[in-house]
Design a protein around this ligand. Structure first.
Ligand SMILES: [Zn+2]
Length: 91
C-alpha cells in the first residue's frame, strides 16, 4: 500500500528516502532553503498538496507531493500523471 503522508513531514521524508533518496535529498535542500510551504520539486510558491491516482504504484511508493501550478501542469501534461488534491474526495 503506497504511503499517503502529508508532504514535507518527517514520515514523508523517511518514506521517500527509502524509495528515492535523491529526490528526498533535493526536496530537503529546497525546504531548508525556502521553507516547507513550497513546491517539492522546484521550491516555488504558492503550492498545494496532491496525491497520485495510480493503481500500478509500487507498494512502498510515496503517493503525495506538494506542487506549484507549473510543476502540477508538467506532471499532468508531460508525465501524464493523474493527481488530485490531497485529502479531498476524488470526483
Ligand atoms: Zn514547482
Amino acid at each position: 500500500m503506497p504511503y499517503y503522508y502529508k508532504p514535507h513531514t518527517p514520515e514523508w521524508f523517511a518514506a521517500l528516502e527509502a524509495v528515492d533518496p535523491i529526490k528526498a535529498t533535493v526536496t530537503r535542500i529546497v525546504v531548508a532553503a525556502q521553507g516547507t510551504n513550497v513546491c517539492s520539486v522546484c521550491g516555488e510558491g504558492p503550492s498545494q498538496d496532491y496525491e497520485l491516482i495510480d493503481k500500478q504504484m509500487q507498494k512502498n511508493a510515496v503517493a503525495t507531493i506538494r506542487l506549484c501550478d507549473d510543476c502540477l501542469k508538467i506532471k499532468r501534461h508531460v508525465h501524464r500523471e493523474k493527481l488530485s488534491r490531497f485529502g479531498q474526495p476524488v470526483n
